[in-house]
Design a protein around this ligand. Structure first.
Ligand code: ADP
Ligand code: MG
Length: 699
């Protein structure tokens, strides 16, 4: 009999309930304190937890444990050790100590470190993150960990994320204290990522080198039908896909990942999945796991799950919506407009902080979603533009304008707004107000950062967002900290008003896909960083460096290393794409085309011999046309190869990345143009790989 969902949910997770059952009371309490208040963990507690974890894991059939970490590749990494330990009687026992739980030393020197370990120490250490629960997968106990160098420099994405969560909590609590919320001691950021993906037939996938090596098709003429009928969006799930989604739900639920919604997306073969939101750290771990398990379950159903941002030209690619908010330890969502004026003050202060953060650090937010894959989407009228702006909706914009102009704001009930902060208006959250074209939209009680690519680790964007908002709050605190209690209302009101006036340029409720907006944004002085190389300098720009260092999120060295790694990742990606395209043209496309040309020629010649005129004439024309394409495709491929050589002879820096972007990608587009024009003229059966039509419409 199948397990009930509540029984199944989290059944492979070392949950709070299990910890409470298995740990001595005082140890449980001490651990809880560490998790809830970020306090230091004592070794005796770690020892007790290790014993309990091992007991549970062995009962569940686990034989190994692993420190699971998130190196700067954006993927997750693991090295498995078994629990076995020799006993003095020549037998083995299953053993696991607090020390092994708390710290690991994977010989992980091949992960990118951007020079950190060269200058410091070669070894990397993993350290247990008790705020993210351990779980069992494939007979192994997975322990979420941070990964750092001997000197404590972060070599991963989790450490800066945790630091950014600390920073925003610290700054938010300070401001909340001033606003009278003295009971708040901790503020958590919460995230719910909506994940898009493609499912295609595994057999098709295996026949396409471009999908295998680069995750996207580098060639391929459009099918006769695309997404223009909108018949896939929210359409009913095909049986095979439904079976996949069912098993995926089960697998994710077992790991305590609260996936809730699933539906078909706009493009054929495209789908979406979303969990219920969680604290950011856990949401990040869960999203990493989700992506891995999506791919794995797909194989069992003879699918390949594509997480690339643009697997197919001409139809929508995939993104990830990062729904983000702030919650206090007392359970209050700080971005909930709320019903009482008292709460609205808090809401407006935090709203203002986010507005200021997005305006001041738009370049960083843009950078955080920049990748070779996502460059195909941003600004291509299928995803938000590369310009970062904010959507507030009519109602909130009304409130903001009223504050700015010292006017009364009234909606249906004509609530009067005085100048004092205590009597700010009451407005209902309005979730019907939607704008798909905005990169950063207020959606009722949270912000939705919509520019993320589907394959990215959501750690990066959240690090930037958390730190930028922490910085706004820190400046707000400085402004308010010396104000007397009697003067606080007025000071807060002035702060909100001044912030709105200063940063309203980043607010835009219109259609972000239009050329008018691009012009308007330029007039407003907003960034329009079109590609990854354009966005890269933001990471080490002076103002951004200062902010990261001030809040202890990245050190100077850590920033430099990430800058290096990001650039390298970009150039390597394009390099692999270029070589794959060259390979496919030379070994697959061109020979197939030539075979068809030869067959046509044979056929035309034999007709000529028989004195049959009409058809041979048409064939001759076609032969000439195809030969033209053949020559063009080959000559463009030769140019591509030459430019790749040029690129490779350059020093590995931003200029090299720019060369890849400006020259190599342009070459690839030229090759593709001729190949894609020729493709529809080639009969089925000649090309050794499936076409768009075959891939997209037969699942
Ligand atoms: P859509 O944007 O497609 O309408 P939903 O309304 O289903 O999507 O919600 C999107 C995501 O936002 C879900 O993962 C949901 O859990 C998440 N979400 C809801 N409230 C919050 C919050 N306070 N903080 C972070 N994420 C949230
Ligand atoms: Mg959404």
């Amino acid at each position: 009999m199948e397990q009930s969902i509540p029984e199944l949910f989290g059944s492979y997770v070392f949950t709070d309930k299990i910890m409470r059952e298995k740990l001595p009371k005082d140890m449980y309490k001490a651990l809880r304190k560490t998790i809830d208040n970020n306090t230091h963990l004592e070794l005796d507690v770690a020892n007790a937890v290790a014993v309990a974890m091992k007991e549970w894991a062995v009962e569940m059939g686990a034989t190994h444990y692993t420190h699971w970490f998130q190196p700067m590749t954006g993927y997750t990494a693991e090295k498995h050790d078994s629990f076995i330990c020799p006993s003095d009687k020549g037998e083995v026992i299953m053993d696991f100590s607090g020390k092994e739980l708390v710290k690991g030393e994977p010989d992980a020197s091949s992960f990118p470190s951007g020079g950190i370990r060269a200058t410091f120490e070669a070894r990397g250490y993993t350290a247990w993150d008790p705020t993210s629960p351990a779980f069992i997968k494939d007979g192994t106990l997975y322990i979420p960990t941070a990964f750092c160098s001997y000197s404590g420099e972060a070599l991963d994405k989790k450490t800066p994320l945790l630091r950014s969560m600390d920073a925003i909590s610290r700054e938010a609590v300070k401001v909340l204290q001033l606003l009278g919320k003295t009971e708040v001691t901790n503020v958590f950021t919460t995230v719910g990522p909506e994940q898009e993906y493609f499912l295609i037939d595994l057999e098709d996938y295996k026949k396409r080198k471009d999908l295998i090596f680069t995750g996207r098709t580098l060639l391929g003429a459009p099918a006769p039908k695309g997404q223009e009928m909108d018949d896939h969006y929210f359409g009913n799930l095909r049986t095979r896909v439904a079976a996949y989604m069912h098993e995926l739900d089960q697998e994710l639920w077992k790991l305590g990942i609260p996936v809730k919604t699933k539906h078909n997306e706009v493009a054929p073969c495209q789908h979406e999945l979303a969990p219920i939101f969680d604290t950011t750290n856990i949401a990040v771990d869960h999203n990493q796991l989700t992506m891995e398990i999506m791919k794995r379950v797909a194989k069992r159903h003879n699918f390949a799950c594509l997480l690339h941002e643009k697997p197919f030209a001409g139809i929508n690619g995939s993104g990830k919506h990062n729904n983000w908010s702030l919650t206090t330890n007392t359970g209050e969502n700080l971005l909930n407009p709320g019903k009482t004026p008292q709460e609205n003050t808090v809401f407006l202060v935090f709203l203002a902080a986010v507005i200021q953060a997005v305006d001041d650090y738009a370049d960083l937010l843009r950078l955080s979603v920049a990748s070779a894959g996502n460059d195909h989407r941003l600004g291509a009228n299928e995803a938000p533009p590369a310009i970062i702006s904010m959507f507030l909706g009519d109602e909130l914009t009304g409130v903001i304008e009223a504050i700015e102009n010292d006017e009364y704001f009234g909606k249906a009930e004509h609530v009067r707004m005085e100048t004092g902060a205590k009597v700010l208006p009451h407005f209902m959250k309005d979730s019907t107000d939607r704008n798909r074209t905005s990169p950063f939209a207020f959606t009722g009680n949270k912000f939705e950062f919509r520019s993320l690519g589907s394959s990215v680790s959501i750690a990066g964007p959240n690090i930037m967002l958390n730190t930028a908002v922490a910085e706004s709050l820190s400046l707000f605190y400085d402004e308010l900290k010396d104000v007397s209690e009697a003067g606080m209302d007025e000071a807060v009101h002035k702060l909100v008003k001044d912030t709105i006036i200063k940063h309203k340029r980043v607010i835009f409720n219109g259609n972000g896909y239009t050329d008018e907006w691009v012009e308007e944004a330029q007039k407003r002085g907003l960034y329009n960083l079109k590609s990854t190389p354009d966005a890269m300098p933001a990471l080490i720009a002076d103002k951004n460096r200062k902010m990261f260092i001030k809040h202890g999120v990245y050190t100077e060295t850590e920033l430099e290393s990430r800058y290096e790694i990001r650039i390298e990742n970009y150039t390597k990606t394009i390099h692999i794409e270029a070589l794959t395209l060259k390979d496919m043209i030379q070994k697959q496309f061109a020979p197939a085309l030539m075979r068809y040309i030869d067959d046509l020629t044979q056929s035309a010649l034999s007709k000529q011999q028989l004195g049959i005129k009409g058809a041979a004439g048409v064939q001759k024309e076609l032969i000439e046309k195809l030969t033209g394409y053949y020559e063009k495709t080959i000559s463009e491929t030769v140019k591509l190869a030459e430019d790749v050589d040029k690129a490779e002879s350059m020093k590995a820096d931003l200029d090299q990345a720019k060369f890849y972007h400006d020259v190599v990608i342009a070459d690839m587009n030229e090759v593709r143009k001729y190949a894609d024009e020729a493709e529809p003229l080639i009969p089925e059966g000649y090309l050794p790989y499936p076409t768009y039509e075959e891939i997209l419409f037969y699942v």
